[in-house]
Design a protein around this ligand. Structure first.
Ligand SMILES: [Zn+2]
Length: 188
């Protein structure tokens, strides 16, 4: 496994439309392993392959914070030992994902993106979706999703079409966000 470089705006590759995966081989497994390692390292809860410069319809998502390295916390102030379980990772892979029936109801979520660092904005998306995708073995799955999972999958699927979350904002807000990012980069 290896941590790959995450590309950031205004890299033109982020506007590229990714192509379907047709070969479910070891190279694909390596890409997915690397994407997880890159995402956990960032840290982030979702990553599309194009964000590491690979224009394939592959996404990884894990809504759980990466607590694997956290020391189990022991409190003994009352004479007993309590061990807090670290949060379990829930890595999920979506290959060639599709959205089947987005709900008419929409929800606003504050979104951020590893390719648009330090910028957060509210984006409105369908609250519930039915998703279809393939796993690493090429098997097809379908599932109803809502809440953060539905939002995150839609955000990541946008990357496959070359769309960023800031593209959902008004031109004014998008320009303000990009100016803020430029400023932050100059300071850094
Ligand atoms: Zn993103």
């Amino acid at each position: 496994m290896a941590i790959r470089e995450i590309i950031e705006v205004p890299d033109p590759r982020l506007k590229q439309v990714s192509v379907p995966v047709e070969t479910f081989d070891d190279e694909l497994k390596t890409l997915v392993d690397d994407m997880f390692e890159t995402m956990y390292d960032a840290p982030g809860i979702g990553l599309a392959a194009i964000q590491v410069g690979v224009p394939l319809r592959v996404l990884v998502i894990d809504l759980q914070p990466d607590d694997e390295d956290a020391e189990p916390v022991a409190c003994d102030h009352d004479g007993h030992h309590h061990h807090h379980q670290p949060t379990k990772k829930e890595p999920r892979v979506f290959i060639n994902p599709e959205i089947l029936d987005p709900s008419e109801e929409h929800t606003l979520y504050q979104e951020g993106c590893l390719s648009v660092p330090e910028i957060y904005a509210e984006v409105e998306r369908p609250s519930r979706i039915r998703a279809r995708w393939q796993d690493l073995a090429g098997n097809t799955h379908e599932e109803d999703m809502d809440g953060l999972m539905a939002t995150c999958l839609q955000h990541e699927m946008d990357h496959l079409e070359g769309v960023l979350f800031i593209d959902h904002l008004s031109r004014l807000k998008r320009n303000m966000a990009l100016k803020k990012l430029e400023k932050l980069r100059k300071v850094a």
